[in-house]
Write a protein that binds this ligand. Structure first.
Ligand SMILES: [Zn+2]
Length: 197
């Protein structure tokens, strides 16, 4: 399954609604990506704090909003950006796909305390493929969570279990999702009362 997400080209009503669910007191903003040489991939929180110790400013926690290319779902990834002493928001983390702008939704409450925070996902289209994607995303997170201790992921152990789990899925297939069955996001609610609404 190849699924690609990108920075949304505009803030649609669906994106606005998704952002309101995350934090009704904030609004999403486009922010430039200007990677700093010392920023370590996947370590935005430490990298921003390190950048502050050199250049001042402050940290802002929030979510990067991603839109799937075919607009079948939205995804929010917990993240931190740097706010310069003059108040400009900058994402100092390199992006795998060289994206130079992100859509960022500040979070007024949540801060990073060494925990693993699951992405938030909103389905815009309900199909077997997209439900499978939701299920896959949640299961990968659960496996990582098992191997996450003291703010660090044991990547070797997590990858080993991921491979084992994927082999199991290849052999046994993906569960069938029905509207009155449990939601593949793992909330324990029925699909029709959760992501299938
Ligand atoms: Zn759900």
């Amino acid at each position: 399954m190849i699924i690609t997400s990108t920075t949304p080209t505009k803030i649609t009503p669906e994106i606005k609604a998704f952002c309101m669910e995350i934090d009704s007191t904030q609004t999403p903003i486009y922010i430039p990506v200007r990677p700093v040489p010392k920023a370590k991939m996947n370590e935005c929180f430490g990298s921003v704090l390190n950048h502050i110790s050199l250049h001042g400013g402050r940290i802002q926690y929030g979510w990067i909003i991603w839109e799937e290319l075919q607009k079948r779902f939205l995804e929010a990834e917990f993240h931190a950006v740097w706010v310069s002493p003059s108040g400009e928001f900058v994402d100092i983390m390199p992006k795998i796909d060289k994206e130079n702008t992100i859509l960022f939704m500040p979070d007024s409450k949540r801060i990073y305390k060494g925990q693993l925070i699951e992405n938030r996902r909103k389905l815009l289209v309900i199909s077997d493929l997209i439900l499978e994607w939701l299920w896959f995303g949640h299961n990968c997170h659960s496996i990582k969570e098992k191997h996450f201790e003291n703010g660090k992921l044991n990547e070797i152990a997590a990858n080993a279990e991921l491979v084992q789990w994927m082999n199991f899925v290849k052999k046994n297939g993906v569960p069938i999702f029905s509207r009155s069955g449990s939601c593949p996001c793992g909330s324990g609610k029925k699909l029709k009362l959760c992501h299938g609404r």
